[in-house]
Design a protein around this ligand. Sequence first.
Ligand code: ZN
Length: 690
Amino acid sequence: MTPTEAQDRISQLRAEVARHDELYYRHATPEMPDYDYDRLKRELADLEREFPAAALAAGEGSPTQSIGDDRAQGFVRARHLMAMTTLENTYDEAELREFDDRLVKLIGRPALDYTVEPKIDGASISLTYEEGRLVRAVTRGDGEEGDDVTVNVRTIRGLPHRLKASPEGPPVPERVEIRGEIFLRFDEFNRINQEQDDLGAERYANPRNLAAGTLKQLDSALVAERRLEVVLYGLGYCQPSTVVSSQAAWHQAIKAWGLPGLERVTRVTGVDAVLAEIRKLDTERAAFPYATDGAVVKLDDFGQQREAGYRGEGERARKLSPRWACAYKFAPERAEARLNQITIQVGRTGVLTPVAELEPVQLAGTTVARATLHNRDEIARKDIRVGDYVWVEKAGEIIPAVIGVNLARRAPECVPYSFPTHCPACGTPAEQREGEVAWRCPNDDCPVQVRRRVQHFAAKSGVDIDGLGEAMVDSLVAKGWVHRVPDIYRLRRDDLLTLGKSVAKSMDKLLAAIEASKRAELWRFIHGLGITHVGAAAAKDLAAHFGGLERLAEAKFTDFIGEKGESLIPGIGETMALAIVTFFNEPRHRALVSDLLAVGVQPVAPEKNKPTGTALAGKTVVLTGTLPTLTREEATARIEAAGGKVSSSVSKKTSYVLAGAEAGSKLDKARTLGVTVIDEAAFLALLAGG
Ligand code: ZN
């Protein structure tokens, strides 16, 4: 490779790794298995080492010199007292031996003590306890500063908000950062996906992404519905710093204080024992109720950890990863299968999704015959051809994906796959929208799209029309009676009876069900419209806020998102806001709404149930300063939910001033006017009816 080629490849890899970092950390929607991502990042790091001049010429800001960034819109940021780093990954014994060699030389002792822990595949979290009380929960963020997700983390059952003083453990520190992982068990993950199926919504790809995505929900009520769990194992800042002196003692301290710790931690001496332990863990983990993707190996002694230090320390302002620990990643479960055919599925929105039809193969205990190929670019990038032997992977509960081709088994007659240029359902030339990877059928009248839209509208999670199942929708569309969703309200009994004489009774039932659906709940109509990103939960939030289809259709982006990017409607973020506005920008979608109203639908809006029994009902509250755990939006949402009103200025009519840290002139004014000033604790007590 010439330096010029190296520079090109470095630039290319940096862009690609940065894109995957963004998807993984910020959106929790990775497109690529971790294993492949790690390989890309590894290739980049190797090139940067081998061609330092080319790396320099490619510019600053390589993703190998940062740890990703999970910070998202809508959260208050909080700084870690001690930087939160990531672990270097190793994939084989040789690399683990090198890791040990380096430490043996550095510490100057032949056989070092290590702890071996299972690596749980979740989202990193740092909990701060002050005087034994949980005061803050922060995501890793960029390592220095993360998102404050305290409100969400407090909903986790089994996480004590107070550390227990126990004779078996060290004294409770004045202030301590305890690091761990938020995760979902397989059974809870499956329960949520089952619910998605019932709602006709898209399934979540794997427990890790769902846990990370849930942690970043702005609606803590939704978080509480999902049984997130937390496991704690790491130590950040600690005052006094002498509480414990080893990793093994730290694990004991976590348990003694009543916190959820790792169930399986072992302490061994020397690298051979470490490797034996890792192999044991790899066989045992199949029975674990949660996803694990490796083992974490740490120097046990904290004094030795300090000697080893951090990568990036000194040379840069930022610590990257500890030299005293590494993650040994288990190779994912893969199987090889012949790709018999590639079929194209047409979605409700016209997206053409390629699906691999495989020679059935056993993988992780199930038979796999189909796997997703994502999109056209993905097939081209991996050069996947019909007739190839491909590797299929299923890590944890991930829907199987084709991750590569065994080129050694490629037959000479295999030709590159050409993605269809036309919709397989209606023959319309496929299009690609700017900024999207997907190809779409742009034909609004495409029969498959019409069928899927009507099915979605009539489904249980839509207006729920009994008798209008998939087969019935298919025949109504095939007969040409239904082109648009509102057409189902124009069906004629005489037409329906031509479907067969014996069906009169069931047709009358169907017509009655269709008629009854005109007065379905508003959220069902909103969900039934099929707006991207808007699931049933969001549809309910939108219904509660807008109270009518027309008001929603006319809403502007600024009705959803405030000037500072803050969410104005609980549960609705920026992505969703944009999707909603874009949807109703299309005349045909606005026509859909007016058409529905024209055929006589009367969506039932949720009762504006202003609770009257609470202490805040009918009261006006002014917010000022920074509250210890609640964000301004969260406090506002809670006041409104309790029937109160939030005002921006203090007057004699103000019922309460809710003041946090650095409260300014509003607090002074409240005192002058004699308005009751409350802090967050008093506020929460009021809400709780205290
Ligand atoms: Zn089509």
